[in-house]
Write a protein that binds this ligand. Structure first.
Ligand code: KG4
Ligand code: ZN
Length: 336
């Protein structure tokens, strides 16, 4: 089974070809146009997707050494995301499926993150058995999902305010680092002491999460430090990055542990852009080792936004008999 996946929900135009769940190609075109603006500008994203989509899909097919006629199905991201950006991928996928008379599969981006574990890749840890608990954490969403099957996912906890990735990005901005700041914080934190500055522990009940208090604490810490001794931010940068990363990961790891205990589930996964964080990956391995649980962590390129996970989700949905009609319109906001 050969599935082409197309992803265009935010600022990456991506296409991937999977054969029986194995990656034959995984192409991503980023968008430099947003760099000067400190965030993604929706209209610029739509235009860049329009420029990139044909060459990106073409490259994915060429790298896979396949002809469009070899495809079994085409999967695309239907939502959530930037509506104009989603329309570019959806219209392209729909037209291509129609022209080639191929089945079309509409994929939910957030659910696809949780299915990234099933991409067959020797470098990753073994795929989880159902049920497992997944932390899907990225720039737009942070949720704990009880995954009973590819079609049966229940959100058992979610952030009440910022997403974890947003907390990393906002923290980086406070330090004057460019967007997206998550990977920079990760790198810089390696030289710092994670216990130098302690954040207040968010008081949220159940399995929900909150990151806005951490952001406020961090902004105050930096402003007061700089006012007290100019140059503080630069001098203390590594410690500040490590402390911020520790505060965010404390929330994420704490919630994973609580969810596993509350639900009696011994398989824990992380995915989404924030799961590329090296400290978070280590802490999940450590948590699972100490409790006799199984950890599931995809290779980094399937954690951040990519089309391989869209093709993977398309693969399992196709097997389950799910098809999209020609009228499957994109949606901007998360579906329950
Ligand atoms: O999944 P993703 O690529 O896109 C969305 O669907 O949002 O996630 C992007 C987010 C950004 O907030 C970025 O800063 C964060 O993931 N991120 C990281 C790391 N790599 C990406 N955060 C912390 N550490 C990283 N290594
Ligand atoms: Zn994502």
């Amino acid at each position: 089974m050969v599935v082409l996946g197309i992803e265009s929900s935010c600022d990456e135009t991506a296409a991937a070809v999977l054969e029986d769940g194995r990656v034959r190609s995984n192409v991503i075109a980023g968008q430099e146009v947003h760099r000067t603006w400190g965030g993604v500008v929706p209209e610029l994203a739509s235009r860049a997707h329009q420029e990139h989509i044909v060459p990106v899909v073409d490259a994915a097919l060429k790298q896979a050494r396949l002809d469009p006629r070899d495809l079994t199905a085409i999967a695309f991201t239907r939502g959530p995301g930037l509506i104009g950006a989603l329309h570019v991928g959806a219209a392209f996928a729909r037209s291509m499926a129609q022209a080639l008379d191929l089945p079309l599969i509409a994929v939910d981006h957030v659910r696809a993150h949780a299915l990234a574990h099933f991409i067959r890749d020797e470098r990753g840890l073994p795929a989880p058995a159902f049920p497992f608990i997944n932390l899907t954490a990225s720039g737009g969403h942070t949720q704990l999902v009880l995954v009973r099957s590819a079609l049966d996912m229940e959100v058992i906890g979610a952030t009440l305010d910022d997403a974890a990735g947003e907390a990393f990005d906002k923290g980086a901005k406070i330090l004057g680092l460019p967007y997206p700041g998550g990977p920079l914080i990760d790198r810089c934190a390696r030289d710092g002491d994670p216990h130098r500055y302690a954040a207040p522990v968010p008081t949220v009940r159940g399995l929900d999460m909150s990151f806005s208090g951490i952001k406020t604490w961090f902004r105050d810490l930096v402003m007061k430090g700089e006012a007290g001794e100019p140059g503080f931010t630069v001098r203390e940068r590594a410690h500040l990055c490590a402390s911020l990363q520790q505060a965010i990961n404390d929330v994420l790891i704490g919630r994973l542990k609580k969810a596993a205990q509350a639900r009696g589930i011994a398989s824990l996964g992380i995915s989404g852009g924030v799961s590329a964080n090296s400290a978070l990956r280590e802490r999940l391995l450590d948590l699972c080792e100490r409790n006799g649980w199984r950890a599931h962590i995809p290779p980094v390129e399937y954690c951040t936004d990519n089309a391989a996970m869209i093709a993977m989700a398309g693969h399992v949905l196709f097997e389950a008999g799910v098809r999209a009609g020609p009228d499957a319109a994109p949606y901007a906001r998360a579906r329950p």
